[in-house]
Design a protein around this ligand. Structure first.
Ligand SMILES: Cc1cc2nc3c(=O)[nH]c(=O)nc-3n(C[C@H](O)[C@H](O)[C@H](O)COP(=O)(O)OP(=O)(O)OC[C@H]3O[C@@H](n4cnc5c(N)ncnc54)[C@H](O)[C@@H]3O)c2cc1C
Length: 423
């Protein structure tokens, strides 16, 4: 037997890829990370401090719920969390009100959900159990949550997966990393390098082949890399473009049974928190929900930076497909103008910096994150099977509750590394 260390290529330097690479490098494997972008982090995308006054997150921003792998890593990195405080408000077109999480039918919803045995889509669930006109408000808030928060399509999303998410109280705890998710990526990338992993940026992997006992990975820039095993962490929509050995392709096609949603994020930095001056009752505003084109906004409360972030998630983001970044920023300003009954120019006058990302247009993500359909668990089992030298990892493969999150990506990366190390 050769005493040459096993060489493992990791495709993608996002949370999953870096987490897997660090564990493997630490265990003495030779690791090469091939990343398409000119930066690490993937869907964790810090924006320049010079523009926003802090390292704003253009991608992932919140740590949801318990997130044990994320929290352990934060402790190791010496990073801390700031809990999200404040009140969720809503604007119904006429006035502002403090959003109540409670619907009069909440107890009934929980009872029906709790008794549910077989999975079905959210739309079928609502039609079967809550079709009456008295449930119109409940149906609307569930659909808004599934589309906006999970970026999912209610006609395909699994009600059982959402039940886990909704019925767990701890999930509602949300926090931000002081220094942003970028600080976590900096730590992981430095750790990978410290333990000897090589990170090659600007390498768009186009094919993976098995050739006489080795795995050959080819990149768009012409570079060719041989290894013993490869871990593919690219987001679901990108998997369709890569050439794979026939058996691996059949496995990767299982990913078609996992949903992948889009989100548009707009960050607006102002000279002052004009919304608080305009509406003193919103001093403690965390989130603000409305029916505007950009329906969800949040402030950084309790952090004093006068930044408002706009969010639009789910299938209806396709309606804004024709807008470039400036068009999205304008749409965001128009939504705020409508909510606060101010001329758009008045709001725009206070704007210091702005960024807008439609993640469907990002060539190396083509959307925001995955969500479960009733067939996803089966698909994940098939897709994650470690039965050859090509393995898959990433947020979409996570079998726990919070699929689609950074926690899911980190946990999946760690799990894949452990599978390899167990031999
Ligand atoms: C707008 C937005 C907001 C979000 N908000 C949150 C949040 O608040 N909290 C949370 O927990 N999660 C959030 N998420 C989800 C979270 O960002 C992802 O689940 C997580 O970062 C995914 O990590 P990953 O390693 O699985 O994938 P990625 O981060 O996508 O990493 C995959 C890497 O593969 C690279 N790649 C792609 N194609 C190729 C190729 N052909 N060759 C080489 N490399 C390639 C990509 O460039 C990327 O770096 C958000 C995501 C978005 C987009």
């Amino acid at each position: 037997m050769s005493d040459r260390p096993e060489h493992i290529i990791v495709v993608g330097a996002g949370a999953a890829g870096l987490m897997a690479a660090r564990a493997l490098a630490l265990a003495g494997r030779r690791v090469t990370i091939l990343e398409a972008r000119e930066r690490c982090g993937g869907r964790i995308h810090p924006l320049p401090v010079a523009e926003f006054g802090y390292r704003a997150d253009g991608g992932a921003e919140f740590v949801h719920g318990e997130a044990p792998v994320t929290r352990a890593l934060l402790r190791e990195a010496g990073l801390s969390l700031q809990l999200i405080e404040g009140v969720q408000w809503s604007f119904d077109g006429a006035g502002f009100s403090r959003e109540s999480r409670r619907d009069p039918h909440d107890a009934e919803l929980h009872a029906v959900l709790g008794a549910l045995k077989d999975d079905l889509t959210v739309t079928d669930f609502l039609q079967r159990h809550f079709a009456g006109p008295e449930y119109a408000g409940l149906r609307h808030s569930i659909e808004r949550m599934v589309e906006g928060y999970d970026a999912a399509d209610p006609a395909r999303a699994s009600i059982l997966a959402l039940r886990e998410e909704w019925m767990d109280g701890s999930h509602h705890t949300q926090a931000r990393i002081v220094g942003g998710y970028g600080a976590l990526i900096d730590f992981l990338a430095a750790e990978c390098r410290r333990h000897g992993a090589a990170i090659s940026l600007g390498c768009v992997v186009s094919s993976i082949a098995e050739e006489s006992g080795t795995v050959v990975v080819r990149c768009g820039n012409g570079s060719v890399h041989s290894c013993d095993r490869v871990i593919v962490t690219m987001p679901l929509p990108l998997l369709r473009d890569i050439a794979l050995p026939a058996a691996v392709r059949a496995k990767a096609d299982a990913a078609n049974d996992i949903g992948f949603g889009n989100a548009i994020k707009i960050l607006l930095r102002f000279t002052r928190p004009w919304w608080r001056e305009q509406r003193p009752e919103l001093a403690d505003m965390s989130f603000l929900l409305s029916q505007q084109t950009i329906p969800v906004w949040w402030a950084r409360h309790p952090d004093p930076n006068p930044v408002l972030t706009g969010w639009f998630g789910g299938p209806r983001t396709a309606e804004l497909d024709g807008l470039d970044a400036q068009g999205l920023i304008d749409a965001g300003l128009s939504s705020l103008a409508a909510i606060f009954a101010l001329p758009r120019e008045t709001i725009a006058r206070d704007l210091m910096a702005a960024a807008a990302i439609n993640w469907a247009h990002d060539p190396f993500a083509r959307g925001a994150y995955s969500w479960a359909t009733p067939r996803s668990r089966e698909a994940q089992t098939m897709w994650a099977r470690p039965d050859g030298p090509v393995l898959f990892s990433g947020e979409a493969l996570y079998r726990g509750r919070d699929m689609g999150t950074v926690e899911a990506a980190l946990a999946s990366g760690l799990e894949t590394a452990r599978t390899i190390l167990r031999g």
